[in-house]
Design a protein around this ligand. Structure first.
Ligand code: SAM
Length: 245
């Protein structure tokens, strides 16, 4: 399906949701809600470790490589990305990607066939399986987490307080997490895990969220104490609430 910025995205029958916002557009959403704010929040470094939740069509991973090649070509990227849907990954060799990704043909083919890609600058690993299990392997590793699962209402297991606790453990203390979700339940789940919450705002896209344990300079902080005091009944999603769902 063609999204509004001219890039194609896909629709999941299982989750009854598109892989990207069709209004913002797949390519644009990836840049403005994930890649650019994460890049702006980090000090430049020789190697950046990224957890991409979840791989889906791979826009976040591919946009990241494109962006770093232009803005920080010497940085080595190591990207780790879980994905449950094996058939989807196999099918990606035939997906109609935007022309900006033409340079990544070899990477797309390798990932689609072997789930990993490596060269001097780049390591990418797609883990075929459950993100909840996968993230337990990592500790104090990631500079950036792209939280881009299907929505909290259709895929709640990737938005609970316990999930974000595990995510926090995978991250370096100065790491940043980006997400399109502005739901208070999501923000509380992060806040109760000691994340500070920031607005990712722009004129031509829907506002999104950035979370970090460190203070960020370039973004407006969300006053969580105030929000919680105005919405006393709102609680984060919890694993225990999802046992029968
Ligand atoms: C919104 S899409 C991700 C879009 C992706 N970031 C992109 O740029 O194309 C969400 C993905 O999460 C995957 N998924 C859902 N539950 C999962 C789980 N528990 N573990 C791993 N992947 C999961 C779905 O199969 C789907 O591909």
């Amino acid at each position: 399906m063609l999204s509004d910025d001219g890039s194609y995205t896909a629709y999941s029958k299982e989750y009854d949701e598109h892989y990207h916002s069709t209004k913002d557009g797949a390519l644009k959403e990836s840049y403005v809600k994930h890649v650019i704010p994460a890049f702006k929040s980090l000090k430049s470094r020789d190697e950046v470790h990224i957890l991409d939740i979840c791989y889906g069509l791979g826009f976040n991973t591919l946009c990241t490589i494109l962006y770093y090649r232009i803005h920080s070509p010497k940085t080595r990227l190591r990207i780790y990305s879980p994905e449950l849907d094996t058939e989807l990954i196999t099918s990606l060799k035939n997906f109609t990607y935007p022309k900006e990704f033409n340079v990544f043909r070899e990477i797309i083919l390798e990932l689609s066939s072997h789930n990993t890609y490596e060269d001097k600058q780049l390591y990418i690993e797609i883990f075929l399986g459950d993100a909840r299990e996968y993230i337990k392997r990592f500790s104090d590793k990631f500079d950036i987490v792209y939280q881009d699962a299907f929505s909290p209402s259709s895929n709640p297991i990737l938005w609970t307080k316990e999930y974000f606790n595990d995510i926090k453990n995978t991250m370096k203390e100065e790491g940043v997490l980006t997400t399109y979700s502005i739901a208070l339940k999501t923000r509380i789940a992060l806040y109760e895990n000691d994340f500070l919450l920031y607005l990712n705002e722009g004129e031509d896209y829907r506002t999104a969220t950035i979370a970090s344990q460190k203070e960020l300079q370039n973004f407006k902080k969300v006053d969580m104490e105030h929000k919680i005091s105005c919405n006393k009944d709102i609680k984060p999603l919890r694993d225990a609430d999802l046992i029968d769902t």
